[in-house]
Design a protein around this ligand. Sequence first.
Ligand code: ACO
Length: 397
Amino acid sequence: SIDISSLTRQTGLTTLDYGFVNTASTASAITYIDGDEGILRYRGYPIEQLAAGSSFLEVAWLLVYGELPTVDELADFTERIRRHTLVHEDLKQLFGALPYHAHPMSMLSSAVGALGTYYEADVDDPEAVDLATIRLLAKMPTIASYAHKKSLGQAFLYPDNSLSYVENFLRLNFGTMAEPYEVNPVVARALDRLLILHADHEQNASTSTVRLVGSTKANIFSSISAGISALYGPLHGGANEAVLEMLAGIQESGEGVKKFVERVKNKEDGVKLMGFGHRVYKNYDPRAKLVKESADAVLTELGVHDPLLDIAKELEQTALEDDYFVSRKLYPNVDFYTGVIYKAMGFPPRMFTVLFAIGRLPGWIAQWREVNTDPASKIGRPQQLYVGAAKRDLPAR
Ligand code: ACO
């Protein structure tokens, strides 16, 4: 076998690769993607099978521990997560210091970073890392609901641990102190499925961020908080919010899909077809297919007819028939249809990326753990090509 690191040292080669288009930063055993064929597998299991027959917490275990859990392991994992959903009362005061109009992603990254002030999580202690894993999976939905409630000016609810993971999250968001909240099982199943679809996606921007921060041996809470910040951007997780804004903009302006697409093709004001295109998929994103099915199912179940879904479908059809998009291999990505579903469920657009973050959490945790257990891993430290001024002297003073 070849020792790649010594080879690199010996040859002294440096490649300049903006955006890491061709450079692998790590070996990984977690997620497999074939972007040309539209294949996505977690730990070898096809995403289609997991979406059809698994649950989010089972997938979380699979990503973190590498194998499917036994019935007892899943029951124990679920129970431990259930027992850790409460957030320390003092941590709630953090939200009091934040303006109500703060973006929920900023609130989420702040509060998840703040979890690290409450819990010791020695990177090299496997039991401490397991406990931090449970705490993150349990508390992030609670924290996310506080971000939502804060923006509404409503009281925070305590978790109801008689409910499932997703049911509890829905109640924390849509329940009130005054009235009982009844969970729609179709909505709960659809949300669970969406979380599965987002659970990992190998070395995307936020995951690479988590791994880079983790490679410094920073604690897992700080690393995940950094990942949330990376996900916030509209070219990454923030695209789901941007898609809905785009669809609403097309509806409100009345300009019509064809005209909007012409503006995209002419690159007018840098306008893009949000929710389209992907660095890795040069074919239909397999997750987008599954999300599209969910969009129809959820809106039918809720009896919602949203003209934005019609606009989205027309946009997709127009793009699929247009050489601009076909020649650039631009297809809908996972974010194209999620916003329409989240909106029908009652979430405001600013919460969409928070839902993505809850879904991506097990992947971030699994990747952070891999960085910290792989003997080959080392602190991430990219090279640069210096293009600044040559040596010059300060003028005499
Ligand atoms: N709409 C219109 N044109 C596009 C789009 C788009 N959404 N995406 C790419 N293009 C065009 C580019 O303008 C470029 O055209 P050119 O060759 O004439 O200059 C060509 O397609 C290649 O695009 P790149 O920007 O080089 O592709 P890259 O791999 O760097 O970017 C990205 C991928 C960021 C996802 C891009 O497609 C994009 O901005 N999409 C919209 C935002 C979005 O949906 N992001 C979510 C990604 S999935 C996720 O994070 C979960």
